[in-house]
Design a protein around this ligand. Sequence first.
Ligand code: ZN
Length: 389
Amino acid sequence: MLKLIENAHVYSPNLCGLKNLLIAGDRIAWMGDAHLALPADLSVETVDCEGKRVIPGFIDSHAHVTGGGGESGFASRVPAVELSRFTQAGVTTVVGLLGTDDTTRDTNALVSQTRALRDMGLNAFCYTGGYHVPPTTLMGSVRNDIVHCDPIIGVGELALSDHRSSQPTLAEILRIASDAHVAGMITGKAGIVHFHLGDGDRGMELIRQALDTTEIPARVFNPTHINRRKALFEEACDLAKRGCYVDITAFPVEDGEDAWSANDALLRYLKSGAPAENITISSDGGGCLPVFDDNGHIIHMDIGSPDSLIATLSELLANGLSLEAALPAFTCNAAALLRLPNKGRIESGRDADLIVLDANDQPESVMINGHWHRYQHKRIIKGNYEAAD
Ligand code: ZN
């Protein structure tokens, strides 16, 4: 029940210096400078971090937990993402979603997989809907899904400016956004629409029109893949200045591509004058990353991985960004957007979701809700059907 983590160089994400943490059950019960002298008959597991950096667990707000894909025939359906793929990469909270294939996959399957990840110890939530309009739902409306189904916190990923989208009209996305917003008010859940942005020239035009013509708060409109085209990224910075939270995808970017890597995108965003608290980075884990030719034929496919988050963080640090400047995009910014008040920060009273980084910026140990899922580079908890080490 009790764990004492001593000599931790804590980034809350703010640099807190050398601290000691008492974990009680699933919470951080205390953080301070003193070395606690606990009664000898109290069973306490003590860990000496020897000055290693301890950071909040990552919140991955976009992952295809059931597996995505399916865009190149049935055999291109990606299998479900195993628990360890998240936990070993330092992801302690995930939001699952459906993408292009919201036909052979549906909200039933997504909610079930989200609950399965919860049962195995991960903090897991999901969106209702998928690329298309009308959205695929569990109970007939996105409002009912968010209000009545515990893991569902918003809508997404609803596709805009993409040949795979439903070509939604402004009226259609406004109806969905207003339902998400009201459901968020009723429940205290995120109540957002997470928009997939494609390569189309129309970019974020519909979101701008939504902000220009309605009273729906900007935070409800949450575009992702903003770094897939350089012009789209500029549009996203402008929307963030108007109050939207915008999401970078940590997908691979080739040299010469009209795209920013997640590393480049965050560095540019932080210099753009847009609010530092309105940017997040997600993995697109389990999603298929297709490359299309001009006729819409797939010429190549990759699978997104939660590992891309830790790789991005490591790249940012190598480029000279401080850990405290880099971390909010992976942690507390998403917690604020998703209305998860106990997540995203290391503070007493919050949930004990944290990562101990080794000297190479890799997760040496990962704790979720007070349980070690990875400890000193060894996997402690694996999914029910995952192969043994
Ligand atoms: Zn997408």
